[in-house]
Design a protein around this ligand. Structure first.
Ligand code: SAH
Length: 226
């Protein structure tokens, strides 16, 4: 891994302390965040700020998520599991942007199916992930409202863009016990976690106030329509 090992060591350690202070408790998640070099997902001009706990621009009016949010969503997604290593077979990620969250998820799942609607970001995220030799993430150019494999079941779904209401169709893609972690709302949004108990029963929980880009329908070839 180029530029990963000990680059920005001090600021990376400080970020983990910040996440602990903010209430992230799952050491598997803190460990995953400390393993993934966030600067690789940003333009070099932003490298000095890569380990601040804030979202930053990735172009096309989109952002890399705040590390706390990536940690919190991952913590919720794996909260019903205990072991270390790859606790899932397959995860779906909607709104993969530059691929940072995908990289964190790749530590927890044998495979990650990522969907991003803006084509140049799909390209960029593939490059970023391959720089880190992460090869269990499949990034697809598509619309997360519909362009997933319909017969597949996932052990968890994370969505990084906010719909007004969570799409019910996504629940049918979850295996039993699996969770959909998704921001929901318009100008005010809440992080929601929906657990599929069985085919007729779900459990809905609400967490932090959050601020995500809206989940938009359709694909974009160049990102100019956002
Ligand atoms: N996961 C990223 C955050 C990306 S921001 C990270 O690790 O930092 C959210 C992304 O969701 C944007 O790139 C946006 O283009 C994408 N998005 C919005 N609506 C979408 C949809 N319907 N399908 C797929 N991606 C979508």
């Amino acid at each position: 891994m180029t530029n990963s090992g000990f680059t920005f060591r001090r600021v990376r350690e400080e970020l983990i302390e910040t996440l602990l202070d903010l209430g992230i408790k799952d050491f598997r998640v803190l460990d995953a965040i400390s393993q993934i070099p966030r600067h690789i997902f940003l333009d070099e001009a932003l490298w000095s700020r890569a380990y601040e706990n804030r979202s930053l621009t990735i172009g096309y009016r989109q952002t890399i998520s705040q590390p706390y949010i990536v940690a919190k969503m991952t913590e919720l997604l794996v909260s019903h599991t205990k072991s270390r290593g790859k606790v899932f077979e397959s995860i779906l990620e909607i709104g993969s942007g530059c691929g940072y969250q995908s990289a964190v998820l790749s530590i927890f799942s044998e495979e990650v199916h990522a969907i991003e609607r803006i084509k140049p970001l799909v390209q960029k995220s593939r490059e970023n992930l391959s720089k880190l030799k992460i090869n269990n993430v499949l990034v697809k150019h598509g619309d997360g409202y519909q362009d997933w494999e319909k017969e597949k079941k996932y052990d968890g779904i994370i969505c990084a863009a906010a719909p007004r209401e969570y799409p019910n169709d996504l629940i049918s893609l979850l295996s039993n016990d699996a969770k959909l972690v998704i921001p929901v709302g318009g100008t005010t949004q809440k992080l929601n976690m929906i657990t599929k108990i069985n085919k007729d029963e779900i459990k809905e929980e609400e967490f932090d106030d959050v601020s995500f880009v809206p989940m938009l329908a359709g694909k974009s070839e160049d990102g100019n329509d956002v």
